[in-house]
Design a protein around this ligand. Sequence first.
Ligand code: AMP
Ligand code: MN
Ligand code: MN
Ligand code: MN
Length: 293
Amino acid sequence: MIDLHLHTTASDGRLSPADLVARVAAAGITTMSVTDHDTVAGLAVAGAAASAAGIRLVPGIEITSVADRRDVHMLGYFFDPGSAPLLAFLEEQRAQRVARVREIGARLVRLGMPIDVDAIVDAGASRPGSSIGRPQVARALVAAGHVASVQEAFERWLATGLPAFVPRTGSSPAAVVDVIHDAGGVASMAHPGVTKRDDLIRPLADHGLDAIELHHSDHSPDDERHYRGLAGRLGLLVSGGSDFHGDPAASLMPAPPAPPSSRARRNALGLVSLPADAFAALEARAAGRPRPA
Ligand code: AMP
Ligand code: MN
Ligand code: MN
Ligand code: MN
């Protein structure tokens, strides 16, 4: 099994890179990528743990770009994690994340729901190169008793357009494709069925986008049919993975025989997998790319 979309404590995942690899191994996954938000800080430890476990780890990342003031997540694979321009770009992304979390914290004060923003920032700072974001804010809102769950924090306060939402500024999806290419990688638009910006895909394909994420926990069978067709028409490759964040799964698993919900798939490993031929095509595309200077 192949899972190319996984998060660790280097961003908003709940498992350390080593613990993630242990869970991945237990799930029977043999090729994985760690795709933390705007950071490669988890890759070294994950890579060591993966090779000890006989698992192949592909360098990965999920970069937040911005189109029309909305977030568009872009995945990168097979790039050089030591690329200096990439690392400088990511450092700026993370600095913007810290500023945004502080601004969200100020809004929450005005909304009568203060949280300990310094604790979030300090926890991030204690892990060099790690990134912070809204999930940590959501967990703090739960811990402070302002909401009952992370889900409620997003659905009432943090999601796009809600009272504690702070719009982001940042690079366009096309600029992020360039950043990934310049580091020697291949670029895939993450979970297009969640992002719902199909209008961007053709121009991005013309710009050199390599793939779209076809297999994803939040994609329905209809989404898969739709994006498989779109990828075929535009000559795009496909990527896929669970988007596992290590969130507690037990209470979310539906009782059989219900098909697993998107939440259950996100919170379990081994339910979403990229076919080997699709992986091989991504790898071949990367191999054909000039290595960065
Ligand atoms: P940020 O990186 O600060 O923009 O936060 C985005 C992250 O929040 C995503 O990568 C998800 O992990 C998480 N997220 C987004 N929407 C939701 C939601 N409705 N419920 C739970 N987590 C969410
Ligand atoms: Mn996330
Ligand atoms: Mn995403
Ligand atoms: Mn993700």
